[in-house]
Design a protein around this ligand. Sequence first.
Ligand code: 1GP
Length: 250
Amino acid sequence: MLGPTEKYLLEKIRNHGSIHLTLIDPEKVSAPQASHIAENSEASGTSAIMIGGSTFASQSHLDDVVKAIKSTVKVPTILFPNNITGISCYADAIWFMSLLNSVDPYFLMGAQILGAPLVKKYGLEPISMGYIIVGDGGTAGVVGKAISVPYSKPELAAAHALAGQYLGMRFIYLEGGSGAANPVPPEMIHAVKHLIEIPLIVGGGIRTKDQAAAAASAGADIIVTGNVTETSDAQKRISETITAIKGIKV
Ligand code: 1GP
């Protein structure tokens, strides 16, 4: 049985084509700042707020950030944990994810085993997702001990994604790394999209509406932007991004 947030995401994609999610990194913002970013993003048409970062944020600060966002916006809040410390009882849902190209069993299944009972206890909606680090991979790649898939090997990224689907994961995330100099190339997105039947999330280094439109046209069902939300003209840039991907169905 699918939970309400997953159903909502799937319906949005079915009805509108590519959608946008805003990523807020609790390490970088105060609770009031997070709520301001979420408010602007919602006004710009983002479909949900993801909350997570690649390094350490204190549990109480994470809780404060999630609470502040929840009290400000109506769109769902989805945790994007890098570890068990990324779990907060105040969110609606959690990407229940495995880093498919990590060499460390902890990021493949260890953290998930430790976190699963908490997810249940808190009543969070788990949304199963296969996470694949590609290209530069940024901090997530280093922390997650990933053997990153080079941008020049799209078929290899597609094989990782198909393995995730065959293991029963319901979303695939191609992660270029937060702040990556170059976002995931359309050729790689295209190769992955054409091999799998589950929704594809793409993020890392997407800064312009043209980059977002190129990713959506290549087959990204969900575009995630994080860094852009921290800029002074964030609302304008998110609005432009959402307008650029609206109605694109591959
Ligand atoms: C990182 O894919 C996300 O996990 C977003 O990346 O911060 O570069 O937008 P940016």
